[in-house]
Design a binder for this molecule. Structure first.
Ligand code: NAP
Length: 496
């Protein structure tokens, strides 16, 4: 990002949270900002403006924010820090649909030439266009000001371009911060450290040594109150187009020449562009679509997606894809990705399955090595190695697998005074980066569009083949066709 943007000591920093009373703001953004403040990451003069239509007044809004922060981080907040944080906040009631939105906000903010403003648009993407227009009309879009936007960035390539164009009219690409909150997670950032901060993995990180890769994002919950949104998007648009593909990019990209935002993102976009197209010819053997039916998940009986909706639906709540990257490093190494709702466990994990030994002097006891990178529920990295089973036997040497484990919680235990270690929200890192003008962990426009291009092809192939989602009982790992994707290659998903 240009040196002119980012935290600018001469200007007063302002964080404008549009949608400051909403669900995302209360659950994630306010608690993140409060903890950044408590840990000394916010500049002393940073002001925070909450914007929404509701005219609740600053006092009521700040009380709600205080409750949101303490319900999330009560054990770790101090009254002094919370009181200082509350004083930074002002709530302004403005309707983004009204033309005077920008001028009224400007009156609240003061002279833009003295300010360094970060806008976080935590509102429906349908409001991005009018909001950016108002910001531009009021002259609040000039450098160093920048904007953070949330998913969904479109529901296909065409609609993502409309959103990106409307934001680009007001904010240059290097001042547009597209959040994928997975990129703020500690273990996801650790993927870069693991791959490029160690010599041991890189020589093995290719199709010569790696048999296949599995990436799973499993949720135990159903769609609950997000049904209206979800029914239009489904699992492929809601989770795979963004989070799963971002994880894939970090796993498969070439080493960047530097840890700069463009060097990193240039490599990620190359992965997306190298994904082999899935078409009507191969969609049946390379993808699985599922929808949860009645069952039992997350400790509760589930009526099933269509019963919850009250009408038939062609939306998938589960998707599994066998992807292939057509380049020298990865040709021949399948990547199995899956995500879904009402699955048996809440996990996000990556399995790097190494190839078996070319010749085993121990017979079939020698299992192939496996690197497991777990993001949820615990952040953990473990490498399964073969060891000699201890003790004497009459039959000679026996092997047993042992895990070399790097539990991040144990390795960096920040528990104090008997309190458990605090789990950071991914947004903390991302908001801090945006305040500092560092966009390396945000998604560039060409990445979003390359991801949509690939995903649109799959959705078109589903349509061409009239491939409807298959029912799976809530509480199971998706339809039978999902298991077949890997079983056809003589493998199995490692935790099934
Ligand atoms: P939400 O609970 O509906 O909140 C929307 C916020 O926007 C409220 O503060 C609302 O307040 C404000 N708003 C709505 N219309 C407005 C207008 N015309 N002018 C000014 N403010 C307006 O939505 P959310 O769940 O927080 O989601 C926000 C964004 O994040 C969406 O794009 C969503 O897709 C995305 N997202 C959310 C989550 C999540 O976990 N919630 C996760 C990922 C992405 P008023 O009604 O008072 O105006």
């Amino acid at each position: 990002m240009s040196a002119s943007s980012g935290s600018n000591g001469a200007r007063q920093q302002v964080f404008v949270l549009v949608g400051g009373t909403g669900d995302l703001a209360m659950r994630m953004l306010w608690p993140s900002l409060a903890m950044l403040d408590q840990e000394g990451f916010l500049s002393d003069n940073l002001r925070i403006i909450s914007v929404a239509r509701e005219d609740c007044g600053t006092e009521v809004c700040v009380d709600r924010i205080g409750n949101a922060v303490t319900s999330r981080f009560g054990e770790w907040t101090t009254p002094e820090a919370l009181s200082r944080f509350r004083k930074r906040i002002v709530h302004v009631a403005l309707d983004a649909a009204h033309d005077d939105w920008g001028s009224k906000l400007k009156a609240e903010l003061g002279d833009p030439d003295t300010l360094d403003i970060v806008f976080f648009l935590s509102v429906s993407p349908s409001l991005f266009k009018p909001i950016c227009e108002h910001i531009e009309k009021a002259g609040l879009n000039k450098a160093p000001n920048r904007v953070i936007i949330e998913k969904p960035i479109g529901r296909d390539l065409a609609t993502s371009k409309v959103i990106n164009d409307s934001v680009a009219h007001a904010f240059a690409e290097d001042r547009t911060f597209r959040i994928d909150h997975y990129l703020g997670k500690e273990t996801v950032q650790n993927l870069i450290a693991l791959r490029f901060g160690n010599m041991v993995f890189e020589p093995l990180w290719n199709s010569q040594s790696i048999d296949h890769i599995q990436i799973t994002i499993a949720e135990t919950v159903g769609v609950a109150d997000r049904l209206g949104y979800y029914d239009e998007y489904g699992a492929i648009r809601d989770m795979l187009q963004n989070h799963l593909l971002q994880l894939l990019c970090l796993l498969a990209m070439e080493p960047p020449s530097a840890l700069t935002s463009d060097a990193l993102r240039d490599e990620k976009v190359k992965v997306l562009r190298s994904l082999k197209a899935i078409t009507a010819e191969n969609v049946l053997t390379n993808t699985a679509r599922g929808q949860y039916g009645p069952g039992f998940a997350d400790g509760h009986p589930v009526a099933g997606y269509e019963a919850e909706k009250g009408s038939p639906s062609n939306t998938e709540t589960f998707v599994a894809i066998k992807a292939e990257i057509a380049n020298w490093r990865w040709a021949g190494t399948p990547i199995y990705m899956r995500t879904g709702k009402c699955l048996p466990s809440r996990t996000t994990e990556i399995v790097i399955q190494f190839k078996p030994l070319p010749h085993s002097i121990f017979g079939p006891e020698a299992q192939a090595n496996r690197l497991l990178i777990r993001l949820q529920p615990e952040e953990d990295i473990s490498l399964t190695l073969m060891n000699k089973a201890p003790g004497l036997t009459s039959e000679g040497v026996h092997l047993q697998p042992l895990d070399l484990s790097l539990s991040l919680i144990k390795a960096f235990d920040d528990s104090k005074d008997g309190k458990p270690p605090r789990r950071r929200i991914a947004y903390e890192r991302l908001i801090l980066d945006a305040l500092n003008g560092n966009n390396a962990q945000f998604v560039r426009r060409d990445e979003v569009e390359a991801a949509w291009t690939w995903v649109d092809g799959i959705i078109k192939a589903w349509h061409d083949k009239d491939m409807k989602p298959q029912k799976y009982p809530a509480g199971t790992f998706g339809p039978v066709s999902a298991f077949s994707l890997i079983e056809r290659d003589n493998g199995r998903m490692w935790n099934d």
